[in-house]
Design a protein around this ligand. Structure first.
Ligand SMILES: *Cc1c(COP(=O)(O)O)cnc(C)c1O
Length: 427
């Protein structure tokens, strides 16, 4: 006589609705999104789980550091369904990660306490002593320091691609383990060809990582173009309101899951309240970005026509090749415009003093327009010679267009280019 197996014991978990962890493209029966759902539909509906959240249309903030642990762990049917501690996992983080996963068309995604936490955890999680990273010189300052000052301590080498070279070739590429790319670049908004970089990576069996912060998944989806992982400072456009720090990585689960242990031990977990703010911000991502794309295009055109403006940098403005790449790689050109004024540094300072609406502040991607001078902020650490070599004159300005009405933004910007009565320094 064979023994009947015992029914599963009543644990804390077996009484609760099944908690399918929404990862690896598990779209599940609810919600049912159209196969070709647009980004707003995905962001608004894609990660919702009312059946788990007392029917709430908006998910609660799981503001808890810890979770009930089953008395008998060995009796849990699916151990991967048990949450332990918010540095390891939390439903608020999972919801934001699920939205980013879906927006990027990825198998899996993770969220982090900042963009730099996402980038450092990813690089330290994937690389080993003896590995070599190839990156262009024009990358985000924090990433630049990570590559120059931190990775070499762990025996990881870095080779730099000079400004102006479109992609790494020959000796630069040989033996590389990981290619690291940002496009459009900061602050000149040069467009790099993700497909071409993916071919370079394939040639030597390297991974291609793309920091797509400036573009957002509304304008550019690097995984579809051959990147292995896409990274974001979610502080910028994804959260979108200049009120929360967050970061994200998305890609195939076999790569993203390799970062789990590193994130747990480095501790870059996203606080649940910040995760909620990120999730709430992303619901309007596509609407915001559409307006920002439009504002930046109008501003770039108006500035290019203005006699007080010496040069405008905008994705696609650096020649026919980059324009052609931008056309096939980007659905929209993004909300950033950089420009140089006739009169250089003094004119740049005078312009900033005259702004009434646009904030003079670093960062980007929020609903409010911000202008900064890279030589005094993001690139202040460069020697004058190095800055000039990288094509960053002293008076260069970088504008992050917000969602203001275009006419109001233009009035402020063009007004600040004209001398006005009562302005200090007006002539
Ligand atoms: C801001 C930024 C980062 C760093 O993100 P934080 O959220 O500030 O840590 C990385 N890459 C790019 C392109 C950025 O603009």
């Amino acid at each position: 006589m064979t023994e009947e197996p015992d029914p599963p014991p009543e644990t804390l978990l077996s009484g609760a609705p099944a908690r399918a962890r929404r990862r690896e493209g598990a779209s599940g029966p609810e919600p049912s999104l159209p196969a070709d759902a647009g980004p707003t539909t995905i962001a608004v509906h894609g990660a919702r789980r009312p059946e788990r959240n007392a029917g709430a249309v908006v998910s609660p903030i799981y503001q808890t550091t810890t979770f009930h642990y089953p008395a008998e762990y060995s009796e849990v049917a699916d151990p991967s369904d048990v949450r332990h501690y918010t540095r390891y996992e939390n439903p608020s983080q999972e919801e934001a990660a699920e939205t980013i996963r879906a927006l990027e068309g990825a198998g899996a995604a993770r969220v982090f306490s900042s963009g730099m936490a996402a980038i450092s955890t990813t690089l330290l999680g994937l690389l080993r002593p003896g590995d070599t990273v190839v990156a262009p010189i024009e990358i985000y300052g924090g990433t630049d320091r990570l590559l120059r000052e931190v990775l070499p301590k762990f025996g990881i080498g870095v080779r730099w691609l000079e400004p102006g070279a479109p992609e790494p070739t020959g000796e630069l590429l040989e033996g590389a383990s990981l290619l690291y790319l940002e496009t459009p670049t900061n602050p000149l908004l040069r467009v790099r060809d993700i497909r071409a970089w993916a071919r370079c990576a394939d040639e030597v069996g390297a991974l291609l990582l793309v920091d797509s912060t400036f573009a957002t998944p509304v304008n550019q989806r690097p995984l579809e173009l051959g990147a292995d992982l896409v990274l974001h400072s979610a502080t910028k456009y994804l959260a979108g309101h200049s009120d929360v720090l967050a970061g994200a990585v998305a890609g195939p689960s076999q790569l993203v899951d390799r970062l789990e242990t590193m994130q747990r031990v480095l501790g870059g977990a996203l606080d649940p309240h910040a995760a909620f703010l990120l999730q709430r911000g992303m619901k309007t991502l596509a609407l915001r970005v559409a307006r920002q794309n439009e504002n930046a295009r109008e501003v770039a055109e108006a500035l290019a026509r203005h006699p007080a403006v010496a040069r405008v940098h905008y994705p696609g403005s650096h020649g026919a090749d980059e324009e052609a790449i931008a056309r096939t790689q980007m659905a929209g050109r993004g909300g950033l415009v950089s420009f140089e004024l006739v009169g250089g540094r003094a004119a740049s300072a005078r312009f900033r003093r005259r702004l009434r609406l646009v904030h003079v502040a670093t960062s980007l991607g929020g609903v409010e327009s911000l202008v900064s001078a890279p030589r005094e902020s993001s690139h202040a650490h460069l020697s004058p010679g190095e800055a000039e070599r990288r094509g960053l004159p002293e008076g260069l300005l970088r504008l992050s267009c917000g969602i203001e009405e275009t006419k109001d933004l233009l009035l402020d910007l063009l007004g600040a280019l004209e001398p006005r009565a009562g302005d200090r320094g007006a002539s």
